[in-house]
Design a protein around this ligand. Structure first.
Ligand code: CP3
Length: 344
């Protein structure tokens, strides 16, 4: 049962390692033609995500194509609201849409805390199958959205540049906001615990919309809920599963995030590596190449990776992009990034 390549796991646990591990956020997806072929066969994103055989197949594709040091289970953060009773649709070239939204206590009373085993069994089956098919080549990362980011989609009903409907509720009905955030948190804890039982080796919490909040609002409406999740997972006695917190745009909260009971802090490309090391002295850091660097030529990609290493150092560090890879990236450029990290 021991992993052939456990570099990411050892680094995440704070051990010194012989090389910096590397993977890419959103590595399983449209950047790969072989993903688009499977997605075509499935008919829709949601069918693909709900068919464990296909989800396992596209989870493993980037391990073969890019030789990354980890796989991340193919799913979406929006499966949690669906399991709470709020189904979503994935509309081609527009993104996710919720036909109904949750904006008051009456809406909330129609939802439930997700039962991971019954409502999200398809993700758990995909994890078990992926673990089997990966055959211990690399660790498998599980994930969930941070409660505040999920709150954004559930209240707004769709993507937004400002999420002003979601933010408005923080000012006009904070009691409702906290009640919904707590129900999302309880669902997310159950879901991540189930992912761990199903076999994931690490978990990452994506707070993709952290950057729209003020420091004070972040402290009130996001951090306490991420803290609950980290505390439960860190307190799970039978298995040591490292937790990564990636809060995009939350440069102002780096010190506080580094005080959570997490193991790794993910950084976006706006966050300076040296400044981040000073603010987060005793956690592993992950990131943070601008995904747009992968539009540059091969020599420039290698030069940027070299710069990243001189800023982060070679220990307590996981190389990654600063956010998900863009779908129109040339896969050869992605491969160049991974190879450059391994050669440093
Ligand atoms: O490779 C991986 O990282 C695993 C798969 C994964 C997906 N979504 C698949 C996906 C992961 C980790 C996510 C997380 C996710 N989903 C986040 C957090 C990370 C981030 O990027 O900030 C968010 C905010 C979502 C919500 C979401 N899902 C949006 C906004 C969209 C539309 C934008 C887009 O990229 O199209 C999605 C759709 C989605 N999720 C796709 C994939 C591969 C594309 C849809 C398709 O293939 O048809």
């Amino acid at each position: 049962m021991t992993l052939q390549n456990d570099l990411l796991l050892r680094t995440a646990r704070g051990e010194l390692t012989e090389r910096v591990p590397v993977w890419m956020m959103r590595q399983a997806g449209r950047v790969l033609p072989q993903y688009r072929a499977v997605r075509e066969r499935a008919g829709s994103f949601i069918t693909l995500a709900k068919t464990p055989e296909l989800a396992a197949e596209v989870t493993i594709q980037p391990v073969d194509a890019f030789d990354v040091d980890a796989a991340i289970i193919f799913s979406d953060i929006l499966v949690v609201p669906e399991a709470m009773g709020l189904p979503y649709e994935m509309i081609e070239s527009r993104g996710p849409v919720f036909p109904s939204t949750v904006r008051n206590q009456a809406d909330l009373s129609r939802l439930r805390v997700a039962d991971a085993e019954s409502d999200l069994g398809y993700v758990l089956d995909a994890i078990k199958l992926t673990k089997k098919e990966l055959n211990n080549r690399v660790p498998l990362i599980g994930f969930a959205g941070a409660p505040f980011t999920i709150f954004c989609y559930m209240t707004e009903g769709k993507g937004s540049k400002t999420f002003s409907v979601a933010k408005k509720l923080l000012y006009t009905d904070p009691n409702f906001a906290h009640a919904l955030l707590q129900q999302i948190t309880d669902s997310t804890i159950a879901y991540l615990q189930a992912q761990i039982r199903a076999g994931v080796d690490l978990v990452q919490i994506f707070d993709s919309w952290a950057g729209i909040l003020s420091p004070e609002q972040y402290r009130t409406f996001s951090l306490p809920y991420i803290k609950q999740i980290c505390d439960v997972i860190a307190g799970t006695p039978d298995r040591d599963v490292p937790v990564t917190v990636f809060a995009k745009g939350a440069f102002f909260a780096r010190h506080e995030i580094g005080q959570l009971s997490c193991d790794v802090v993910g950084l976006d490309w706006n966050m300076d590596p040296k400044e981040s090391r000073a603010l987060i002295p005793d956690r592993v850091l992950q990131g943070n190449l601008d995904p747009c660097v992968l539009y540059a030529d091969f020599a420039q990609i290698r030069a940027e990776v070299k710069q990243m290493f001189s800023d982060f150092g070679h220990q307590h560090y996981i190389a990654n992009l600063g956010h998900g890879i863009y779908p129109d990236t040339d896969p050869d450029k992605a491969r160049c990034f991974v190879d450059a990290v391994k050669e440093m």
